[in-house]
Design a binder for this molecule. Structure first.
Ligand SMILES: [Fe+2]
Length: 254
């Protein structure tokens, strides 16, 4: 089964993640060492600062630069008779919620390549019930599936707690960051969220090689140990099903 990192800022020079192709390559190698087979490149998209077409062009440029660097390193590795296992990359975006998102047809273009899945980042401020309604409206349309990015991070805003649980009731998927499973302060509530939803996806949300590093393996170990083998296996099965080519069907595992 494929090990998938659902959230990463692996693409170089496009957001606050990897600074350049060299750093991206190191991050990819580190993820490869941890057994990751596939990484979703989820660069930040903010509708108030960017246009979809412009974002897609920048993403393409960044991806081309990285591919060239990967190819160069492969040639070098072949010459040295050395094989480095690196994850494949699937292009996507981490789309920050904005008012009116449910009416913005362009967001279709920001779904993870080959799927109709949108990685959605909710607001870091106090949520309104109309925000939840917009998420429900997107789902109601039926063209897009949603993965909520690092849902556990919003628990820090205590007034959101009830709305978070309400949001989780919707037919969507939740993603948590490996990092939140590694620290005693955040581990308990992150596990509780996964347990309550009954299923979830993991992401490293890695931004670099020195800070917010690829750490999926450690996070996966916590899931296995604390939530058990069954949950752990289902998490991988769900990940694979969601990213299979032509995943435009609805996968029902809520
Ligand atoms: Fe992120």
């Amino acid at each position: 089964m494929k090990i998938i990192d659902f959230h990463s800022h692996i693409l170089p020079g496009i957001d606050d993640g990897s600074k350049n192709s060299k750093e991206s390559l190191e991050m990819l190698r580190e993820a490869g060492r941890q057994g990751v087979n596939l990484m979703v490149a989820s660069s930040h998209f903010y509708a108030n600062r960017d246009r979809v077409e412009r974002f897609l062009r920048r993403r393409e440029d960044s991806w081309n630069r990285l591919q060239a660097r990967i190819e160069k390193s492969r040639r070098q590795d072949r010459r040295d008779n050395y094989y480095r296992k690196m994850p494949e990359i699937r292009l996507g975006a981490e789309v920050a919620f904005f008012e009116g998102i449910s009416k913005a047809e362009e967001i279709n273009k920001l779904t993870i390549e080959g799927t109709n899945i949108l990685l959605l980042e909710m607001p870091f401020g106090k949520w309104k019930s109309s925000d939840l309604q917009e998420v429900a409206d997107i789902l109601e349309e039926g063209n897009i599936q949603i993965i909520l990015a690092h849902l556990e991070r919003f628990l820090m805003i205590s007034s959101n707690k009830n709305l978070i649980y309400e949001l989780m009731e919707l037919p969507l998927y939740i993603q948590v960051n490996a990092e939140s499973l590694l620290h005693w302060r955040t581990r308990g509530r992150t596990l509780k969220l996964l347990d309550k939803k009954g299923i979830g996806l993991l992401g490293s949300d890695c931004h670099g090689i020195e800070h917010r590093v690829p750490n999926l393996k450690e996070g996966r170990e916590v899931v296995r140990k604390k939530l058990g083998e069954y949950f752990y296996t289902r998490m991988d099965e769900l990940g694979e099903e969601l990213l299979m080519p032509a995943a435009d069907k609805m996968v029902v595992h809520f």
